[in-house]
Design a protein. Structure first.
Length: 312
C-alpha cells in the first residue's frame, strides 16, 4: 500500500512548478539579449549594453555609445534595439534622434558608427555572419547583408510581403530564417541572398519569435500556436494565449515557450511535445528565452531583470 503514495509523489515532483534560482538586475529596461563566449549581452533603454558572466552572473564592464538629441531637447543616452557579439566584436543598433537607426561596431576596445540615419534604414535586428559581415532585418521585411570592411551593402532581399517580426541564423550561419506577420518563415541563403524555401501551414497569423537549433525551428504565434519544424516531421501545439517567445536547447531536444496570461513558461520534449516542466517567476511577459545548456535557461522581458531557472 506504500507504493501508491510514492508514485503519486513522484508524479507531483515531475510536474512541480519551478521558480527562478536567481534574478539578475540590469540598469534599465531590456530590449534584446544574446549569449556569446560565456557572456550575456543585454541591450537596454538608455543605459548601453549590460554584460554578465554566464557562470557567476557577475556584472562586467558595460558598453556605452555617444548621447543623442531628441527633438531639440538636451542630450540623452539612446535606446539600444538590438545587440550581437561575435569573437572580438559587438554590434549595436540604436535610436538616432531621427526616424532611422544608427549602428555601432565595438571592436578591440574601439567604438565607431558604421551606419547612421542618413542611410534610411529602419533596422530591427542585427546579427554577425563573421567579423566582416553583418545581417540586418529591416522593418519592411527586408534582409540586408553589409560588408563591414568595405562599408557597402552587398544585397537587399525582400523576405516576405508583411512586416518583419524576427530572424535567426542557422547554426552554420549559411541560412537565415525570417518570420513575418503573415505566419510564414522564409529561409534565405546568407551568402547569396537567394530564397531557399518557405515554411508554411502551421502558423496562420503573425509570428512573434523564432529559434533555430540543429535541424529544428520553433515559432511563437499570435494565433496561439507553437510551431515545431523538424526535417522529417512538423507539428504545432495549441495554447490558450498569444505565444510571445520560444527557445530551443543546444541539442534541440527541448523547447520552451510562453504559456498563458500569468507569465508562465512550458518546457517540452520536441520529439513529441511531451511536457517536461512548468516555470514561473517572471513579473512581465518574457520576449527572449535562451538555453545556456540542456538544463539552464534565462529569460527577459520589457523590464530590468534577467530570470534564471534550472530544469531537471
Amino acid at each position: 500500500m506504500k507504493v501508491l503514495p510514492l508514485l503519486f509523489g513522484l508524479v507531483l515532483s515531475l510536474y512541480a512548478v519551478i521558480t527562478p534560482i536567481k534574478v539578475i538586475k540590469t540598469d534599465a529596461l531590456i530590449s534584446d539579449m544574446v549569449v556569446s563566449d560565456g557572456k550575456i549581452y543585454t541591450a537596454t533603454d538608455g543605459k548601453g549594453i549590460n554584460i554578465f558572466d554566464t557562470g557567476s552572473f557577475k556584472k562586467l564592464e558595460p558598453i556605452h555609445i555617444p548621447d543623442i538629441k531628441m527633438d531639440g531637447e538636451k542630450s540623452t543616452s539612446p535606446k539600444i534595439y538590438s545587440v550581437d557579439h561575435y569573437k572580438t566584436a559587438t554590434v549595436l543598433v540604436s535610436e538616432s534622434g531621427n526616424t532611422f537607426r544608427d549602428v555601432y561596431l565595438v571592436r578591440d576596445g574601439k567604438t565607431r558608427k558604421i551606419i547612421d540615419n542618413s542611410r534610411g534604414l529602419l533596422i530591427k535586428k542585427a546579427r554577425f555572419l563573421d567579423l566582416d559581415h553583418l545581417l540586418f532585418g529591416l522593418s519592411g521585411d527586408t534582409i540586408v547583408l553589409m560588408d563591414i570592411s568595405k562599408n557597402t551593402l552587398v544585397y537587399q532581399v525582400q523576405a516576405g510581403g508583411g512586416t518583419f517580426r524576427d530572424m535567426v541564423l542557422s547554426p552554420s550561419k549559411s541560412l537565415v530564417a525570417v518570420a513575418d506577420e503573415g505566419g510564414e518563415i522564409t529561409m534565405i541563403n546568407t551568402k547569396s541572398g537567394s530564397k531557399v524555401k518557405t515554411l508554411r501551414g502551421i502558423n496562420v497569423d503573425s509570428i512573434n519569435h523564432i529559434d533555430y537549433k540543429q535541424n529544428t525551428i520553433i515559432s511563437a504565434g499570435q494565433d496561439r500556436r507553437v510551431g515545431i519544424y523538424h526535417a522529417g516531421k512538423s507539428y504545432f501545439i495549441e495554447t490558450d494565449f498569444f505565444v510571445y517567445a520560444v527557445g530551443l536547447s543546444p541539442s534541440a531536444s527541448r523547447a520552451v515557450y510562453t504559456d498563458g496570461m500569468d507569465n508562465e513558461l512550458q518546457v517540452i520534449d520536441t520529439a513529441d511535445g511531451a511536457k517536461i516542466a512548468r516555470l514561473q517567476g517572471g513579473e512581465v511577459i518574457l520576449d527572449t528565452l535562451i538555453f545556456l545548456d540542456e538544463h539552464q535557461l534565462i529569460g527577459s522581458g520589457e523590464d530590468n531583470k534577467i530570470y534564471y531557472w534550472r530544469i531537471p
